[in-house]
Ligand binder design. Structure first.
Ligand SMILES: Cc1cc2nc3c(=O)[nH]c(=O)nc-3n(C[C@H](O)[C@H](O)[C@H](O)COP(=O)(O)O)c2cc1C
Length: 189
């Protein structure tokens, strides 16, 4: 598929069919995503894959987040229907059979750490695009930052900061295309 098409047609999907994601396919997509650029070529990242029992543990953890985010959602002016949807989505991740989290390595030097987080985000976005090209669906989520310390503890991941978590599966919805603001380019002549 043409890259431009992949970039423009990928959508955040929040409802998945029960179809499992083939492990070999997932592994090949993750390895391709690792071709992202990285600051000083540190390759300062980690993917964590949740399937089976680990996915069930993740969903238990997510259910706890759902209980704590209502105030944040109210602050974003979400109405009650939207708030209930978001909370429900945290409880079951839309029924996806797999989830993938991406982390960037933390550093003593905070400028290096920021570069690591950018690098891990590039890698994660590579994965979202590659997954879409392969017929899979994803949704970059940072809601887990609400309980990042507990999340990291559960995974025993040490000095890595969460960049995003996405359910991965086959799409069971065709959401509307959120329009883009086209005024965001500042030309300096
Ligand atoms: C850094 C980041 C964090 C996001 N966090 C969440 C999240 O916690 N929950 C969620 O449902 N969607 C989340 N999204 C998805 C956005 O809502 C979505 O990308 C945006 O509405 C545009 O829609 P599209 O991805 O279909 O083009 C996040 C996206 C990004 C890039």
């Amino acid at each position: 598929m043409e890259l431009r098409k992949v970039i423009m047609e990928r959508r955040s999907i929040r409802k998945f069919t029960p179809q499992a994601v083939d492990r070999a396919l997932l592994e090949s997509l993750l390895k391709q995503a690792l071709w992202a650029p990285s600051g000083m070529n540190r390759q300062p990242w980690k993917f964590v894959v949740f399937q089976g029992a680990s996915l069930r543990r993740l969903l238990d953890f997510s259910a706890g987040i759902a209980e704590t985010i209502d105030e944040a959602l109210k602050a974003q002016q979400f109405n009650e229907k939207m708030r209930n949807f978001v909370k429900g989505y945290f409880k079951d991740l839309g029924g996806a059979s797999t989830a993938v989290a991406a982390f960037g390595q933390q550093m003593e030097d905070k400028r290096e750490e920021v570069a690591n987080l950018y690098s891990a985000a590039a890698m994660f976005y590579n994965f979202l695009l590659l997954a879409y090209e392969a017929g899979l669906a994803t949704c970059w989520m940072t809601g887990y930052l609400n309980k990042e310390a507990e999340f990291k503890k559960m995974l025993d991941i040490g000095n890595y900061a969460l960049v995003g978590l996405t359910p991965v599966g086959y799409p069971d919805q065709t959401p509307p295309v959120p329009p883009r603001k086209h005024e965001d380019i500042l030309w300096l002549n």
